[in-house]
Write a protein that binds this ligand. Structure first.
Ligand code: RB5
Length: 144
């Protein structure tokens, strides 16, 4: 079973729960790195464990969210093995996979509806990495 890492702060908690259920319905296994309620919290506390879960290969990819999506995405991208893409529409999510081989899909929970989020997730899942010239560019991302 393909395992998906989930993480959010309080602002993304409800969307996280909705998308976890959606991914389970689609046959994915889910690992939830928190947060586990709507009490105010700090997104790095959940972003770092989720990033490690993807980096170490335990999870095939991740879906994360905070209010704007910015804080959690900034945190995730501190990890050298993570390419987290903040996506607010399906076309951006598809391109994040096709061109950037994004291994974490990040969402702005306070700025999209659940229905929009599901369309974004579907676009990400359906898209395939194109490799070629994009791999050359990805190879230049890491700071050595
Ligand atoms: C929480 O209020 C909010 O700052 C957080 O969810 C996120 O938007 C930060 O980038």
């Amino acid at each position: 079973m393909i395992k998906v890492a989930f993480a959010s702060d309080h602002a993304g908690f409800r969307l996280k729960e909705r998308l976890k259920a959606y991914m389970k319905e689609k046959g994915y296994d889910v690992e939830d790195f928190g947060t586990f309620n709507e009490e105010s919290c700090d997104y790095p506390d959940y972003a770092h464990p989720a990033a490690l879960g993807v980096e170490n290969g335990d999870c095939a990819f991740g879906i994360t969210m905070c209010g704007t999506g910015n804080g959690i995405t900034m945190t995730l991208n501190k990890h050298q093995g993570i390419r987290a893409a903040l996506c607010w529409q399906p076309e951006i999510a598809a391109l994040a996979k096709q061109h950037n081989n994004a291994n974490i899909l990040s969402l702005p929970a306070r700025f999209i509806s659940e229905e929009e989020a599901i369309r974004i997730v579907d676009a990400y899942l359906k898209a395939e990495y194109e490799g070629g010239r994009h791999q050359r560019r990805i190879d230049k991302i890491s700071v050595k």
